[in-house]
Unconditional design. Structure first.
Length: 266
């Protein structure tokens, strides 16, 4: 009798353990799938399958497609690979990064340099002196001022004609990924059409020199409204002439050791 009672207790214990395990499993699965609906709408997003350097023309091998919920905020992205192939990367793109439209230039923009010039702006290339200038310390993305020098009679006159210009490229390099400057012979600047006229005029009338600005310095910028196209220095004001008085007629009178000068009437 006692053996039957012991077996009955064992069977009941096993049944309770199985029920408890089944209940715990269902509870855990319910917690893991809570809030996830298989019917949630999704969207296709184009990402970089590899690192894309600055100025690279995008090819199909650079891209891959992933699926994200529509509720995910991913910015102004591409949804089809055909919309990206042929575009030019305006910035370095890392592997796995979502491709945003504002970071790519139109495939019909021409060269990389033409693609990175802002609308209504122009690119002008000037020669620089690596000995007396800052050519050895310039990189794309730097800001510079332009100083014009010309000879007036026998004196050199200098004047800052343009300020806070963006350096687009140095020699044949337009990438901003480099962290070390190189010695160059030509610098391409981003200017407005009116600033381009001032720059070319200053270059033809004398010599121009670039001065490197601190990137945090936003003062003394030049725009088209206050720019003067004539780079010649203003002439100095003439001093007022002082009318010279004719010398008066004097008579020297000597009396012993005394000498006296007196004006005589004519």
């Amino acid at each position: 009798m006692s053996k039957q009672r012991g077996l009955l207790l064992i069977v009941i214990s096993l049944a309770l353990a199985i029920i408890a395990a089944w209940s715990a499993r269902n509870w855990v699965q319910g917690r893991l799938t809570a809030g996830v609906s298989p019917a949630d709408p999704t969207q296709q997003v184009i990402v970089a399958s590899m690192e894309i350097p600055f100025g690279t023309k995008i090819e199909a091998r650079h891209l891959k497609v992933i699926t994200l919920p529509i509720s995910a905020s991913v910015g102004d992205h591409f949804e089809k690979t055909d919309d990206v192939v042929g575009l030019i990367a305006l910035q370095k793109v890392i592997s796995g990064e979502i491709l945003l439209k504002e970071r790519f230039a139109d495939r019909n923009a021409g060269s990389t340099l033409a693609a990175i010039v802002k609308p209504e702006m122009r690119a002008v290339t000037v020669r620089v002196d690596d000995v007396i200038g800052v050519a050895g310390f310039l990189m794309p993305g730097n800001r510079v001022d332009v100083v014009a020098a010309r000879m007036e009679n026998t004196r050199a006159e200098t004047r800052t004609v343009l300020r806070n210009l963006n350096v687009l490229a140095v020699d044949q390099t337009a990438s901003q990924d480099k962290d070390q400057p190189v010695v160059v012979r030509a610098v391409t600047l981003e200017v407005s059409p009116k600033q381009a006229e001032v720059l070319v005029k200053a270059r033809e009338e004398g010599r121009i020199q670039l001065t490197l600005r601190n990137p945090l310095d936003k003062s003394a910028t030049t725009d088209d409204s206050d720019m003067v196209a004539d780079t010649a220095p203003k002439p100095a004001r003439k001093a007022h002439a002082v009318e010279a008085r004719p010398p008066a007629n004097t008579v020297t009178i000597i009396r012993g050791t005394n000498v006296h000068n007196s004006e005589s009437s004519t």
